[in-house]
Structures are given as structure tokens and as C-alpha cells.
Design a protein around this ligand. Structure first.
Ligand code: X2X
Length: 337
């Protein structure tokens, strides 16, 4: 069965028209800019970006008009990343792990079961680990990341075969992962059959059963309506992931300093709002998803960790990332291997 984009829109009820902010100043703005992301317009990442764009427009007195294009309207993550690099796109949010194909060290927050809680996450990502990764991103010469990473959350596994409680339950499960090398490695080591796909293809791939399952935080399972095409939700918390808010370096650095400062401050302020809203959703959505028909269970964290230890996951990635990066990670998480 082939699901077209039109079918997809019909199933998910997502509007096909771009959500254009800042129409008042659109004609007169000195800087008409575009921001793209992969999440639905109702997810806090998109709503925060829209509020941010409004504030930037007001504070720059209409000189900067950022149009927000949610839910892959400009293309999937891979497409948007190449647009960002070429300057066809001004800003985007992207998982550090997906950025991994271009900036391998950016994947370091994706080490399985690394961060015990949000205290560790923000200490690391707002601290030396995040700064280290942002330096790697800036070293591409074409793109850069703003200081405060936006939240996605702790990831949970959904599928339509069985509840996933321990690694053995993943055996034979075709699990969609985002296109990031460490994701494929993690789920291969846990015994699943990982299939990397961009998020833009996930709903239709689950619907047509090209894959059995996927893994994402509850806010995404809810706003992207994945509960419509998935039965089981297993709370594994196997990894925390966020979104670097990134810009095209040349375009941004070509802007007047006062405008750069307004944008930079607003990206950080929007990050704070976005983090609070995502946290609230991820913490509170389980009952809502149960009412929509999903069956929840808890994952056995110790069993998953042990499997990763035995498979050599930690040793392999320590070697790939190198001592400097690994030491920075363990500064916040404690000893991992
Ligand atoms: O692709 C995904 O699953 C998502 C939405 O979580 C990311 O952007 C990494």
C-alpha cells in the first residue's frame, strides 16, 4: 500500500497550507527569513517558534520577519539540513543525532541511558558538553547552533506487535529509528531490526506496516497522532534527545549586530518556554494516550543497560567519540561503561 502525502494529510488532519506568521510586515521586512522543523504545528516546539517569530518581528519593528514552516512543509530533515547549509533555509531545529552524519560528535547525548534525569541533561547541554558540541557544529563553516538546546524528551518505544519490557521482546521487531548512526547501533545491539527513516515518513510507514514500531517522547506520539497506528507504548526512557536551533552562518553573520542580538536572545527565551511546555506534556500524556487505546508498560531499564554493556555498545562509542568527548559526558552522567 502506498500512502501519498495527500492521504497522510487526510489521516492526520494536518493542514497543507504553510503557517505564515508576520504577514503585516511581510512586504516591508528587510529580512524575510524561514524557519523549518519536523514537528506538527500543535507541538510546543512549533508553537514556541511561532511565538518567538512574533516577538522578533515586534522587537525589530518589522525589520525581521521569520516565517515558521512546521511538519516538514519544506522537506524532511535531510532536505532541510541541505537547504540550511546552502542558505536556502535560514533556521531549523534538528536532533543532534541526525546531525551526526555531518558532525559525528554531535551524537554524544544519544548514548543509551546516559542521563539519569533532567538535572543532568541541562547541566551537560547548557554546560561544557553542549559548548563542545556547538564548537563542532560551527566548525562545519556553514551552520551554527544557538546556545540553548530545545527539548524533545526521553524516548519511549511504541509498536504493534507486543509490549517491550526487556531486550528479548525487541527480537524481530522492525523498528523505525531516525537517520542517525548511533540510533541504528543502539537498537541493533538491543536486538531489534532498526530501519532508519525521516520523521516525515513515520506515520505512513506505521500505517502501511512497513515497520512495526518507532520510538519517541509522548508529546510526539500524541501530537503526531501515532496512537492511531500503534498499540503498545513501553516506557523505556532509553535516551534523552533535544533539538539544536541552528542557523545558516553566512546569512546570520551578515545581519546587523543589533538584529543578531534580538534573535539570539529570543531563541534562548523561547527555549526556556519550550522546555517547560515539553516537560509538562511528556509527564502528563500517558493517561490521555491510554484513553485513546494505547496499552502502557514499563521497560526494565537494568536489563536494557546490561544488554548494551554486554554487546560492547559503551566501549564502541567511547572509542568512536574519543576520550575528550567521553570524559565531558561522564563529567555530568557519572561513569557509563
Ligand atoms: O525523527 C524523530 O523521531 C524525531 C521527531 O524525534 C526527531 O526529530 C529526532
Amino acid at each position: 500500500m502506498t500512502v501519498t502525502r495527500r492521504d497522510f494529510m487526510k489521516y492526520t488532519g494536518v493542514a497543507t497550507l504553510p503557517l505564515v506568521t508576520g504577514t503585516t510586515f511581510a512586504q516591508t521586512a528587510e529580512f524575510n527569513m524561514k524557519f523549518g522543523c519536523n514537528l506538527p504545528a500543535t507541538h510546543p516546539l512549533s508553537t514556541s517558534a511561532m511565538k518567538m517569530a512574533e516577538k522578533i518581528k515586534t522587537e525589530t519593528k518589522g525589520r525581521v520577519n521569520i516565517q515558521v514552516f512546521p511538519y516538514n512543509q519544506l522537506g524532511n530533515d535531510t532536505d532541510m539540513l541541505s537547504q540550511l547549509r546552502s542558505g536556502a533555509l535560514d533556521f531549523m531545529t534538528l536532533s543532534p543525532l541526525i546531525l551526526g552524519s555531518l558532525v559525528p560528535l554531535a551524537q554524544i547525548n544519544g548514548v543509551g541511558f546516559a542521563f539519569k534525569d533532567y538535572k543532568q541533561v541541562w547541566a551537560a547541554m547548557d554546560g561544557d558538553l553542549g559548548a563542545f558540541v556547538r564548537r563542532q557544529i560551527a566548525a562545519t563553516g556553514t551552520i551554527f547552533a544557538f546556545d540553548k538546546i530545545w527539548d524533545n524528551g526521553y524516548r519511549q518505544i511504541t509498536n504493534s506487535v507486543r509490549p517491550i519490557e526487556k531486550p528479548e521482546d525487541l527480537k524481530g521487531v522492525k523498528l523505525r529509528t531516525p537517520p542517525g548512526p548511533i540510533w541504528v547501533s543502539l537498537f541493533k545491539d538491543l536486538g531489534a531490526s532498526p530501519t532508519p527513516l525521516n520523521f516525515a515518513e513515520v506515520y505512513s510507514a506505521l500505517l502501511s506496516k512497513v515497520v512495526d514500531g518507532q520510538e519517541n517522547p509522548l508529546a510526539i506520539i500524541s501530537t503526531a497522532k501515532l496512537y492511531e497506528v500503534q498499540k503498545y507504548c513501553s516506557l523505556t526512557n532509553h535516551m534523552w534527545d533535544g533539538y539544536w536551533f541552528m542557523g545558516n552562518k553566512k546569512i546570520f553573520e551578515g545581519m546587523p549586530q543589533d538584529l543578531q542580538a534580538i534573535i539570539t536572545r529570543n531563541v534562548a527565551e523561547a527555549a526556556a518556554l519550550q522546555r517547560a511546555e515539553v516537560y509538562k506534556l511528556n509527564e502528563s500524556l500517558a493517561n490521555d494516550l491510554k484513553a485513546k487505546g494505547m496499552a502502557f508498560n514499563n521497560g526494565n531499564t537494568d536489563a536494557f543497560r546490561e544488554k548494551l554493556r554486554q554487546s560492547g555498545f559503551y566501549a564502541d562509542w567511547k572509542k568512536k567519540f574519543g576520550d575528550e568527548a567521553w570524559t565531558l559526558l561522564e563529567k555530568y552522567t557519572g561513569k557509563l561503561s
